[in-house]
Design a protein around this ligand. Structure first.
Ligand code: FES
Length: 110
């Protein structure tokens, strides 16, 4: 089983997860507490993390990550909700300055 080490809020949490796990899904059912997340759908960037080790074992960033993170993807920032964990990985949610997602402007029909 892959081992995940998460740096968050001054703590380092290390935990084994099942193969092909999604950390946000696990967080949602309280099996990976402390992980910061929001929508779970690649839209809010609240789950953004920096991959410290094991980036080469992840699938390449998908279109949602590319759209929401822009050039941050090149700096090793990923969206946890879009990751499939297949091997050991070390990630950090400390000092992540992910971009604020664009919010559609409301149209004032006057
Ligand atoms: S939880 Fe919203 S983008 Fe990942």
């Amino acid at each position: 089983m892959p081992k995940v080490r998460l740096h968050v809020e001054g703590e380092i949490i290390e935990q084994e997860v099942r193969d092909h796990a999604n950390l946000v899904v696990l967080a949602g059912i309280r099996q990976f507490p402390k992980l910061k997340y929001g929508c779970g759908m690649g839209k809010c960037t609240k789950c953004a993390c920096r991959v410290l080790e094991g980036a080469e074992k992840l699938d390449p960033p998908n279109w949602k990550e590319q759209k929401m993170l822009g050039e941050k993807v090149e700096e090793g920032i990923r969206l946890c909700c879009q990751l499939t964990i297949k091997d050991d990985i070390v990630i950090s949610q400390e000092n992540i300055n992910a971009p604020i997602p664009k919010v559609a402007k409301s149209v004032n029909a006057q």
